[in-house]
Design a protein around this ligand. Sequence first.
Ligand SMILES: Nc1ncnc2c1ncn2[C@@H]1O[C@H](COP(=O)(O)OP(=O)(O)OP(=O)(O)O)[C@@H](O)[C@H]1O
Ligand SMILES: Nc1ccn([C@H]2C[C@H](O)[C@@H](COP(=O)(O)O)O2)c(=O)n1
Length: 222
Amino acid sequence: MIVAIDGPSGTGKSSTSKAVAAKLGLSYLDTGAQYRAMTWWMLSNGIDVDDASAVAMAADKPVIVSGTDPGAPTVTVDGVDATGPIRTQAVTAAVSAVSAVPEVRARLVRLQRAAAASAPEGIVVEGRDIGTTVLPDATVKIFLTASPEARAARRNGELKGMEATSLQATREALVKRDAADSGRAASPLAKADDAVEVDTTELTLEQVVECVVTLVEERTSR
Ligand SMILES: Nc1ncnc2c1ncn2[C@@H]1O[C@H](COP(=O)(O)OP(=O)(O)OP(=O)(O)O)[C@@H](O)[C@H]1O
Ligand SMILES: Nc1ccn([C@H]2C[C@H](O)[C@@H](COP(=O)(O)O)O2)c(=O)n1
């Protein structure tokens, strides 16, 4: 059982994927966290992330290990827990450039396919190119969308107690990252032809989870 969940930033992929995996007793893989881990390693090791050749030469160096428990997903880089550091603004600003480098993608796609192949009961894998490229034979493919306004509001809701960011600035940053992720040559963000598109703009997280679980159950009972 492989469930592929793709979509732009802030559409609810991580929240939905973790909840669906937990409900169905499946493993969970956040491939965005792997691209972030690679980016964090590049920044920490002084690699110029805008120099695609330098990034490509270093792409096989970091040892990236993902924990696939949906209740406690983790990612380590060279044995160091990177779960917190990969969510910094510096990593978010650099991750699209690093993930556009084909050598980075080749390395991480190998890890992603190995994780899917070794999941005992099956796995929910979330990202940008899971249904199109990483796992094109997935049992169920979902493509989540939501308006930029809804996504910016959700993101700003996470910032309580942290430095306030204007809704406009958050919206612009999301749209810019989507454009970079959709516009790159190597395995861009895209909906697979056979994916089911779910617009989450007007749905609660619980409704989205229910919708995906129903789609999985319908598909697997045929
Ligand atoms: N349907 C929903 N309604 C309201 N809030 C939601 C919904 N789905 C997710 N959220 C909230 O929106 C925020 C972004 O969700 P999440 O991190 O799951 O998105 P994502 O698509 O994985 O984003 P990214 O690609 O940037 O990692 C979180 O705070 C989450 O709780
Ligand atoms: N399959 C994937 C997953 C992620 N990326 C890149 C593009 C995103 O901007 C970045 C961070 O992902 P997020 O944590 O926001 O889900 O990683 C990709 O290219 N392919």
